[in-house]
Write a protein of this length. Structure first.
Length: 278
């Protein structure tokens, strides 16, 4: 039965074959989701490329909670990754009723100079795998009229961002897709939410080779992002932007000319070795 709004959905649906699947679970926001959901009594499927980090996280959580924790080492940025992951779940007899699509990455630089294969991998991971995995797992949720999906988007989804053009565009897709899907499944007891953090203290900027960026308000902790997201998910929200300052900036950007918003974002994300207008 669907859990009434306001109740702790992620705790109310726990059971022997109720799993939360978290992609990109080896660190940052994904690892914090794993810890938070374990504290709510959820069995876990942790997916990432780094088996060593997944095993370390599993040991950490298992030392505190008596849960079933499965780890799956897999690169989700390659073609067919979602289908292979779904097959692995079936082989293990795992039923997923909470999917956290967290895996993703960005890249900083001039679009035509960034390697095409890296940007294609970004598109596959941030958009294609997220969409395919959702498509493969949501039918069982609809049939049972219970389940949920949290897609990790970004405040980058609300404006074009020069020098990280593809990343911002992928997150615009994630936010739009999530909110549309939330409406589609609202009558089936299934919840879908886009979680949009701003700058977060993870390895995102290092992995994407971003220059040091002075974001207003600094970086938010991934633990705070997860706590905010889970509270909003329990309340049945389909979209949540973390932190008041981020929400204010998103609101102001909606009122400003789009070209001006893009110019200001470009000033912030322009690599230090480039000069304006060149």
């Amino acid at each position: 039965m669907p859990v009434p709004p306001g109740e702790n959905w992620t705790a109310a649906t726990k059971g022997t074959n109720h799993f939360a699947l978290i992609t990109g679970a080896s660190g940052g926001i994904g690892a914090c989701f794993a810890r938070a959901l374990a504290a709510r009594g959820r069995n876990l499927v942790l997916v990432a490329r780094s088996k060593d980090k997944l095993e370390a996280l599993k040991r950490e959580i298992a030392a505190k909670y008596s849960l079933r924790i499965e780890i799956i080492e897999q690169d989700l940025s390659v073609e067919g990754a979602a289908t292979r992951l779904a097959a692995s779940l079936k082989e293990r007899g795992i039923g997923v009723d909470l999917l956290v699509n967290n895996a993703g990455f960005g890249a900083n630089g001039e679009f035509w100079k960034l390697p095409l294969d890296r940007q294609a991998s970004m598109l596959r991971l941030n958009i294609v795998t997220l969409t395919e995995l959702t498509h493969l797992l949501i039918p069982a949720m609809v049939e049972k009229r219970s389940g949920g999906i949290i897609n990790i988007s970004s405040t980058a989804s609300f404006q074009p961002i020069p020098y990280t053009a593809v990343y911002a565009a992928t997150k615009a897709y994630v936010t739009s897709f999530s909110m549309a899907l939330a409406e589609e499944v609202s009558g089936y007891g299934v919840k879908v939410m886009a979680l949009c953090p701003g700058g977060t203290a993870t390895n995102f900027f290092d992995a994407g080779e971003f220059d040091k960026i002075n974001l207003p308000g600094g970086l938010q902790s991934p633990k705070d992002v997860v706590e905010t997201g889970l509270r909003a998910f329990d309340r049945g929200r389909s979209l949540v932007v973390t932190r008041f300052l981020n929400r204010l900036m998103v609101f102001v950007q909606r009122l400003a000319p789009r070209r001006l918003v893009a110019q200001q974002a470009g000033d912030m994300f322009r690599p230090k070795n480039l000069h304006a207008g060149k």
